[in-house]
Write a protein that binds this ligand. Structure first.
Ligand SMILES: C[S@@+](CC[C@H](N)C(=O)[O-])C[C@H]1O[C@@H](n2cnc3c(N)ncnc32)[C@H](O)[C@@H]1O
Length: 204
């Protein structure tokens, strides 16, 4: 399919999408907000007053949701792309996989973190296998970071793709967390291979 035909299809799909419409009505930057909201409604991952890292945060609807709905949360958001400011959020523009950026996050919190949420995904190349492979690696990187930085009763939520990294991430979750769930929120597009992993309570 030609590129301009793909983007026309994308625009038409967006216009019909109830989550896109709802996000506009509620003043959120992206339909992605409903994925986190649905995860929250099912698994209660966010509470008032906690420290949160939002990985792959742009354009910003997850950080908006957290800071609007929960009082006194301390949020660091990081993305490769520019993101307009959000109240009560410390924003880093850069690659999360770089050591110096991970260091900046830790310095900001000056201690351990309650919740790591990751919606990181590569910009689509058009090749779904390549995209899910690279996004899978980002989920693994987010998991490694969570294992190093979470409090004992901390929570890790991440986008995962059905693909080679999926079994790997499930194995790590089994080994390191007392509880984990794989969930596809109703707002996640059916044709997408995306799911979310929700991990609670470190084993040690
Ligand atoms: C699906 S979007 C996130 C949407 C966001 N949760 C929201 O609610 O607005 C995925 C984001 O991951 C970011 N991303 C991909 N690789 C990254 C990396 N290595 N470091 C930081 N961000 C990354 C992309 O730039 C993109 O903005």
């Amino acid at each position: 399919m030609k590129k301009n035909k793909i983007s026309k299809n994308w625009i038409n799909k967006q216009k019909k999408d109830i989550y896109v419409r709802q996000s506009k009505i509620e003043g959120y930057r992206s339909r992605a907000i409903y994925k986190l909201k649905e995860i929250q409604e099912k698994y209660t991952v966010i509470k008032n007053g906690i420290s949160i890292v939002d990985l792959g945060s742009a354009p910003g609807s997850w950080s908006e949701y957290v800071t609007r709905r929960f009082k006194n949360t301390k949020v660091v958001s990081i993305d490769l792309k520019d993101m307009k400011p959000i109240n009560n959020t410390f924003q880093i523009k850069g690659d999360f996989t770089l050591e110096n950026n991970q260091q900046k996050i830790l310095e900001y919190f000056n201690g351990k973190i309650d919740l790591v949420i990751s919606d990181m995904a590569v910009n689509t190349t058009g090749n779904k296998s390549v995209d899910s492979l690279v996004t899978g690696e980002l989920s693994l990187e987010a998991m490694k970071f969570a294992l190093k930085t979470l409090k004992k009763n901390g929570i890790f939520v991440s986008k995962v793709f059905m693909g080679s990294s999926f079994n790997q991430i499930v194995e790590i979750a089994k080994k390191n967390f007392k509880e984990f769930h794989i969930y596809k929120p109703p707002s996640s597009r059916k044709e997408s291979k995306e799911n979310f992993i929700i991990c609670k309570n470190l084993r040690q």
